[in-house]
Every structure is written in structure tokens, then in C-alpha cells.
Design a protein around this ligand. Sequence first.
Ligand code: MF3
Ligand code: CO
Ligand code: CO
Length: 309
Amino acid sequence: MIKRNDPCWCGSEKKYKKCHLWSDSCLEEKRTEKLRRIKHIPPKTKEEINGMRRAGVFNGELLDYLRPSIKAGISTEEINSLAHHFTVNHGHIPADLGYNGYPKSVCTSINDVVCHGIPSEKAILKDGDIVNIDCTTIVDGFYGDSSETFMIGSVSEKARHLVMVTAQALIRGIDAVKPGRPLSVIAEAIEPYVLSEGCSVVRQYTGHGIGREYHDESFTVYHHIDTDNQQTVLVPGMTLTIEPMINLGGWKVVLDREDEWTVRTADGSLSAQFEHTLLVTETGVEVLTLTPSQIAANVRLLVDGKAFK
Ligand code: MF3
Ligand code: CO
Ligand code: CO
């Protein structure tokens, strides 16, 4: 039996009482008193859930549409333009454009760029690059948000390892989602695995609640272990993103001083990311940003267009 002052089982190097004691005790049967202190997020209505499903599918289709073009020789501006026109031609809104002043319709993050890379005519994809394309669409007022990291041509063994670990990290995070569990189960599924593969989890940027808002701030989805997430319970009807940013080196990041958007690894190491928008169901989880054909084929994630099951 682990004692209050023992080091926590999760490897955080904190005392058990300062770390997982509280969430562990909430998961026990006699938890009525503790439940009052837990943050419950109001579930979405049936109509809202259907709105989220439509937004998720469209965003998945947008990534499907872009996938064949993500090749050596294309500029990230061309990818941005393809995404922008596909979205508006279908009567929808690219959520990134103008969001807090962001200048483009998607984020394109190459190699050591962790997230929020700004598409540019000068950034041309080349053999050996890894690039994350993060798309978000507003469909009839609801947001769908997903991203993939693509390997361009033949990439180094290290880069491939990072991309595969990151894909696996997202899948492990998704599989941890079950109603009644604390939100912290996501980070607990992701961080120890990522560390065991010699990579690190970015802390500065997180997953989020999502719905009629892009970043619903009623809760934050950490990918690294943090006591804050022990107080929020996953309930059916909650919609959220999981979007781990994983580095080959350390977890620290720096913001570009000039454009004030581009986030890079502090040590210059490679970084990868995958993202899905999810719905907590009565029994587990539904991935909203998969397309019907991907669901029919039991695809969990596509990595370079190949099914990751
Ligand atoms: N799509 C990103 C996310 O997953 C946010 C991008 S915001 C932008 O949450 F302004 F940089 F586009
Ligand atoms: Co997101
Ligand atoms: Co995103």
C-alpha cells in the first residue's frame, strides 16, 4: 500500500499526497464527498453532438483532400491555398484565419517547428522533412480540429521513430478515454510511453475542449502528467481534442520573436504531432475527425496515408 509521503507511482518525483492520491481516491467506490469537488463539464446536447460530428467529418475530408499533395516541391503556401479553397467552396469557414490575428488558414510546422508554423511561399517541402498540417474548420457553428505529421520522401530513422511514437501516443491517449475517469488518464497513457521511447512531451501547448468555441477554456487537456487534470471527470457528451506534440530532444520550446506564432523546440530537435477531435460516449470514445471510409476500414489514424490500426 502506497503511503501519503511516498513518491507517487507515476514517476513525477512528487509525494503521493501532492500527486495522484486525490484522483486515486476519487476512483474508489466511497467517493460521494469527493465528487462534489470534482469539476463536471456540462455534456453537449444531441443536436450539438451531431453538429460536432458534421464538423469533424468535414475536417477529416479536408485532410484526405490535402494528403496526395503533401510531397517534396510543394510550398506550405500552396497547401494553405488548397485547404482554404476546399473549405470555402464547401460553404465552410477556415477557423485559423484571423483567429487571434493568425494570418493563414492552416498551420504547417516543419521539422523543429512544434506548432503554429505559418504557411509561406518560401517554405518548400523537401526530401527528408517531416511536416505537421493542422486544419480546423467551422461547419454550421461547430469546430472540427485535426492534424497529421507527414514524412516527405525518405526520412532519417530518428525522424521515423519520432513520427511513429507520436502517432502511437495519440492512439494511447484516445484509448484511455472512458466516462467516469479523470482527464489525467490521457497524460498517464501518453507521457510514460513517450519517455520510454526516448522522446519528450511538450508542456506549453495542450489539447482543449472544443464545440461552438475553438478553444473551450472550461478545461485543458494535458499530455504531460499534471495534477490539475485529476479534478475533471470525463463525462458522456464532452468533446475535446488530444494533440500531443512530441520532441526528439527536450520538452522546452521557444516562440519566434518576429512572427510571434511559430513555436520551435528550444534545442533544435525534431518535433511531431497528431490530433483528433473526440466525443466521450457512454462506453468510451468516438473519434469525430475520421471520415466514414476510414471508420469503415477500422482506421485509427493515417500516417503518411497508411492506416494505423
Ligand atoms: N489548430 C491548433 C490547435 O490544435 C490551433 C491553431 S491556432 C492558430 O489547437 F491560430 F495558430 F491557427
Ligand atoms: Co486543437
Ligand atoms: Co489543431
